[in-house]
Write a protein that binds this ligand. Structure first.
Ligand code: HEC
Ligand code: HEC
Length: 199
């Protein structure tokens, strides 16, 4: 397992990353906003999170028929640079979330009776990534947590299913989401996926 608790923030060279990013744009979009709902957006994502996922694809802790091959030829420095490039691009503009939906309720308040924690506690109130409650404290791992806002319902549903079934637990952070996803049923996942897409 890739233990990311002590991972320092990643600072790559965004210009060098841009020079390598053309191939990625075929699916993730030239500006990091995906061309189709089966691909995640990368624009505005945490650089540390992006780097760790690329490393996990390359080293086999996260498996995907496309991304395993894409990451195979990247060096550690390439991954840092690509992460810095996509993190620096403007995120997909916010949508119009339905504050009265079941998805909103789960995202913002969780469902204590079912053991579901509020997603916003770790992903931010608008899904834009966490703000560390202990900013300034050493070795907090918040920079390894992803933003979710604007990811497609298809992608979110797929990833939550993977966590629930223990298929995406090769990175220590994945164990956190495995625990969260255990408490979600199919309807919860559908509601959350639709809400996250609308953020
Ligand atoms: C042919 C399409 C394709 C290309 C080209 C491609 N990707 Fe991907 N990428 C995907 C798919 C599909 C996923 C989702 C994989 C999954 O479900 O686990 C993904 C996932 C990712 C993730 C994880 C995002 C997240 O939110 O967890 C990162 C980071 C990533 N790609 C970076 C890259 C980079 C950098 C390149 C270029 C070197 C690249 N990709 C090229 C299809 C592609
Ligand atoms: C205790 C903190 C915590 C809570 C609460 C939490 N998450 Fe997460 N989430 C994480 C971390 C850390 C990751 C990164 C996991 C990894 O590296 O695979 C993550 C990853 C994800 C991803 C994958 C993102 C991507 O781009 O592939 C989705 C989707 C997600 N969370 C949805 C949710 C939803 C929905 C909820 C509420 C039901 C939730 N999370 C609650 C910490 C949390």
């Amino acid at each position: 397992m890739l233990d990311v608790r002590a991972q320092p923030p990643v600072h790559g060279d965004a210009n060098a990353g841009a020079a390598k990013a053309a191939v990625c744009g075929a699916c993730h979009g030239p500006q990091g906003v995906a061309i189709a709902p089966n691909f995640p957006n990368l624009a505005g994502q945490s650089a540390t999170y992006l780097y760790l996922q690329l490393k996990a694809f390359k080293d086999g802790q996260r498996k995907d028929s496309i991304m395993t091959g894409q990451a195979a030829t990247l060096s550690d420095q390439d991954m840092r640079n690509l992460a810095a490039h996509f993190a620096a691009l403007p995120a997909k503009p916010a949508g119009k979330p339905d504050a009265a939906s079941r998805g909103a309720q789960l995202f913002l308040a969780g469902d204590p009776a079912k053991g579901v924690p509020p997603c916003q506690g770790c992903h931010g109130p608008a899904g834009q990534g966490p703000a560390s409650p202990w900013s300034g404290a050493p070795d907090t791992a918040w920079h390894t947590f992803p933003r979710l806002a604007g990811q497609s319902a298809l992608y979110v549903g797929q990833e939550l299913g993977d966590y629930r079934h223990g298929k995406r637990v090769g990175v220590s952070n994945g164990r956190i989401m495995e625990g969260v996803a255990q408490h979600l049923d199919d309807e919860d996942i559908q509601a959350l996926a639709a809400y996250i897409q609308s953020l």
